[in-house]
Design a protein around this ligand. Structure first.
Ligand code: G3P
Ligand code: MG
Length: 249
């Protein structure tokens, strides 16, 4: 069965901005990915203590910023002062944590597509989904291609749907847990995004037969990419933006 139509997203998606070439989830990473020809980007979004959506993968600050502790306990006026670049290399010293609004401006000015992974601080699943969807609906008003909202947390997608039902949603799954298919259906998802090792012809057919698209993360080896492209995968999220040329898509 062929894949459903009406899918506006490029097949190749740069993970966390530009994978590992620049500090993840910063505008420096988005610039790097865009310079290499990427037209679609994945990033992780959570909330500051005062409800500002911003980019960060971990719940804590220490791996990728100059601070320590739980990111979600800090107000944005503190988070905005942190150095989110020096951990990666001195050429990125002072690179700030971006807000979702800042990323929206970069994406829109360059005509790019975005996959926002709603990555809530534990315990903030619903509020994060709600606030992120509200911001996305406002920031992308009137634009043809809204961001795809994805999450491992069904509560976040449920809250996103309540806040902005028109935005496309995707369930992220790392294992084929009991009930994942019914959950994606009940959340009104247009896609599922799986660990690439889970994806095979049978799973892809099941996803497409449901009328959904299938994306995979995080594909960094050429042999894996070849296997998935041969299956007919709809989207590949990769760190290896210097290895895979999206123009070859
Ligand atoms: O959105 C796909 C992928 O980013 C999920 O895993 O941990 O890299 O956010 P992670
Ligand atoms: Mg992610």
């Amino acid at each position: 069965m062929t894949a459903p139509t009406d899918w506006p997203y490029p097949r190749w998606v740069a993970h966390r901005g530009a994978g590992k070439l620049a500090p993840e989830n910063t505008l420096a990473a988005f610039r790097q990915g865009a310079a290499l020809g990427y037209r679609a980007f994945e990033c992780d979004v959570k909330l500051s203590a005062d409800g500002v959506p911003f980019l960060l993968h971990d719940a804590t600050l220490q791996r990728t910023t100059s601070a320590t502790g739980n990111a979600g306990e800090r107000p944005w006026n503190e988070l905005s002062q942190l150095d989110a670049g020096s951990w990666h290399g001195r050429q990125f010293a002072g690179e700030p944590l971006p807000t979702l609004a800042g990323v929206a401006a970069f994406i829109q000015r360059n005509g790019l597509a975005l996959n926002i992974e709603i990555k809530p601080t534990p315990g903030q699943e619903a509020v994060t989904g709600h606030v992120v969807a509200e911001h996305v609906a406002r920031l992308w008003t009137g634009l043809a291609v809204p961001p795809l909202l994805s999450s491992f947390r069904p509560e976040s997608l449920r809250a996103a749907r309540a806040a902005a039902p028109q935005l496309p949603r995707a369930l992220l799954i790392d294992t084929l847990w009991t009930g994942w298919f019914e959950m994606a259906a009940s959340l009104g998802c247009v896609a599922v995004v799986t660990n690439h090792q889970l994806m095979d012809a049978a799973l892809l057919a099941r996803v497409h037969e449901a009328g959904w698209r299938a994306m995979v993360y995080t594909v960094n080896e050429p042999a894996d990419a070849q296997r998935l492209l041969a299956l007919g995968i709809d989207g590949l999220i990769t760190d290896a933006v210097d290895r895979f040329a999206p123009a070859a898509d």
